[in-house]
Design a protein around this ligand. Sequence first.
Ligand code: AMP
Length: 193
Amino acid sequence: MRLVFIGPPGAGKGTQAVRLAAWCQVVHLSTGDVFRENIRAGTPLGAAAREHLDAGELVPDALTDALVADRLAEADCASGFILDGYPRTLAQADALDHVLAESSRELDGVIELHVGDEVLIDRLLTRGRSSGRSDDTAPIIRRRLDRYRNDTHPLVELYERRGRLIRIDGDADPDSVQRRLREDIEMRTTSKE
Ligand code: AMP
């Protein structure tokens, strides 16, 4: 199973993607997690990414594309993966197309987690009080939502045109969202057989 999660910050992508990857028994790859780990570990990638994360801006495509291409080439990704937070721009979607085409792979689905703005801001501010994430503050949240609308949301249309989009209402409680996701994936897998 090869899936992508798209959704605004606070939609619950991370929570849902981790659980779905465990259920599908595939690799979970969150580019945001990789950047945060590298910042904590003080690596050159962390140093290059830090100012972008702190400002709520996107890390340049070249850095992000390279890290995803390297990870997807590892053996454990051969049986599938769930990308969480990548691609986030049309150029990244293009880069992903190339990486997958080179190894004759295709995406099975792109999950859009849809959540209204007020719920998002509320969730992010609540998370910010406990997560300690430097980008969960009101002005940076606004910037991240802008980035989502301008840079990432166009991907929803792209994957819809390709017949890959799976739209899920992310407003519901996390267990119900996960149940809907699994039902949808199960339906697709059985209809393919
Ligand atoms: P996330 O954990 O997905 O909310 O991502 C946190 C931050 O990491 C984002 O606001 C960006 O600064 C950076 N980031 C994560 N994924 C990407 C990506 N695909 N492209 C560029 N920047 C990213």
